[in-house]
Design a protein around this ligand. Structure first.
Ligand code: UDP
Length: 468
């Protein structure tokens, strides 16, 4: 009988840093059943319901150890989201250490795989004699831009948004400074310093697993693998998206799927800003009026307004978000559209034949889910590395249209309506749809027996198995 190979996994906090690494683990044990994965799960306050739902669907060869929750009172107030996540993991390190120590006596782990915001667990890899890997849940373009910052930081002194020319990162679409990750927008900030330290630390790992594939990011993948300059091995193990869970069966989920069943093929624009993206009240009004003006059908996941774009990422509001829509909007638009408060069964929506476009915040999971279902995009980034992803999608791959923002940081209703029309009915929209369809085919091929996902995962599995 084949010997069991044990892997330890540390996700980050928040939906987008939890489920991708769990889904990776699921595929690993599914394709290579001699693996056993133990996940050490950190959390702030308590685990949100959607995260719990995903954990309940894990197979028996993935065990989860829930680490004691960190109280938000123990984190400095007013710090950036990434720092909150990173500090939560740092607070959880003693529990991870203790758990690893007792478990390794029985079952030595061959590798430690940690989310990109849980890299402070790296030291345990050395102590317990494991290979170490970062699981990076975003694009290779954004990872390349992080590595490139180490160079730019030495060679330039101005703020990156003031650079006159776009930045030419090897293999990537040229990126303007203002489209780099949030943390690089103020070089005097603590967040920027932490980002550089984090990227330096990436280099100490044995490898980086990244949720991407050759056809979507050929340039950056080849550039990173050819010129390593001190960077670790990069394994493109994507595209990985979650398998739909029962959460689509709740009342709201069922209602919106039933509504989609009644619409014409490719006629509906799906509008969602990820697991925690929020808009200001002014922007909610403009978006509502823009949708109305476009005359196209829409399905919109609405959240309560906030002036902080990632306000709902770690803590959802329990206020009914529909009360913030312009007055009379719901009544006027009951034929044209459907609004759903806070959360929708996104995968089921994107694979529905009535959906013809996706207005997205360009979170990488949403992006891959759209690619795998061939749905072209309106790229409306809000925070983190989403602007970098938007450049890749709209300027590089030409599968999305990016709205212009006015001087007050608002996308105006006329602009919104124009883009929707262009995506859903125009010639340009047709080209984007065709490009997306081609990407969809490559993405699905990656999962075939001889596809890049299957091969890369087997290569890793073999490497880990040979250590037993
Ligand atoms: N999601 C969902 N329903 C929602 C909003 C989001 O199922 O109403 C899921 C979506 O399918 C994706 C994830 O949440 O898998 C969002 O991840 P992404 O990387 O796109 O953005 P983030 O939430 O990390 O900003």
């Amino acid at each position: 009988m084949e010997k069991t190979v044990h892997i330890a996994v540390v996700p980050g906090v928040g939906y987008g840093h939890l489920f991708p690494i769990l889904q990776f683990s699921k595929l690993l044990v599914q394709l290579h059943p001699y693996f056993h994965v133990t996940c050490f799960i950190p959390s702030i306050e308590s685990l949100p319901t959607d995260s719990k739902t995903i954990i309940q669907t894990l197979p028996s060869n993935i065990n989860c150890t829930f680490l004691p929750s960190v109280s938000s009172k123990d984190l400095p107030q007013g710090i950036a989201l990434v720092l909150q996540i990173q500090l939560t993991v740092i607070h959880s390190l003693p529990s991870i250490h203790q758990a690893l120590k007792s478990l390794t006596l029985r079952t030595p782990f061959v590798a430690l795989v940690v989310d990109s915001l849980a890299i402070d667990a790296l030291d345990f890899a050395k102590e317990f004699n494991m290979l170490s890997y970062v699981y990076f849940p975003s694009s290779v373009t954004s990872l390349s831009s992080y590595f490139y910052l180490l160079k730019l930081n030495k060679e330039t002194s101005c703020q990156y948004k003031d650079l006159l020319e776009p930045i030419q990162i090897p293999g990537c679409v040229p990126i303007h400074g203002q489209d780099l990750v949030d943390q690089a927008q103020d070089r005097s900030s603590q967040s920027y310093k932490f980002l550089l330290e984090r990227v330096e630390k990436f280099r100490l790992f044995d490898g980086i697993l990244i949720n991407s594939f050759l056809e979507i990011e050929k340039g950056p993948i080849e550039a990173l693998t050819e010129d390593r300059s001190g960077n670790p091995d990069v394994y493109a193990v994507g595209p990985i998206i979650q398998t739909p869970t029962k959460s689509g069966d709740d009342d709201n989920g069922l209602k919106c799927l039933a509504w989609l069943d009644k619409q014409q093929t490719c006629s509906v624009l799906y509008v969602s800003f990820g697991s925690g993206g929020t808009l200001s009240q002014e922007q909610i009004n403009e978006l509502a009026l823009g949708l109305e003006l476009s005359n196209h059908k829409f399905l919109w996941v609405v959240r309560s307004p906030s002036n902080t774009a990632n306000a709902a990422y770690l803590s959802a509001s329990d206020v009914d978000p529909l009360q913030f829509l312009p007055s009379g909007f719901l009544e006027r638009k009951k034929e044209q559209g459907m609004v759903i408060p806070s959360w929708a069964p996104q995968i089921q929506i994107l694979r529905h034949s009535s959906v013809g476009g996706f207005l997205t915040h360009c979170g990488w999971n949403s992006t891959l889910e759209s690619v795998l279902h061939g749905v072209p995009l309106i790229t409306w980034p809000l925070f983190a590395e989403q602007r970098t992803n938007a450049v890749l999608l709209s300027e590089g791959l030409k599968v999305g249209l990016r709205p212009k923002i006015n001087q007050n940081g608002i996308v105006e209703k006329v602009q919104i309506a124009e883009l929707i029309k262009c995506l859903m009915e125009g010639e340009e929209g047709g080209k984007l749809r065709k490009n997306m369809k081609e990407l969809k085919e490559s993405a699905n091929s990656a999962h075939k027996d001889d596809g890049s996902f299957t091969k890369t995962l087997s290569q890793l599995a073999l490497k880990w198995r040979n250590l037993v």
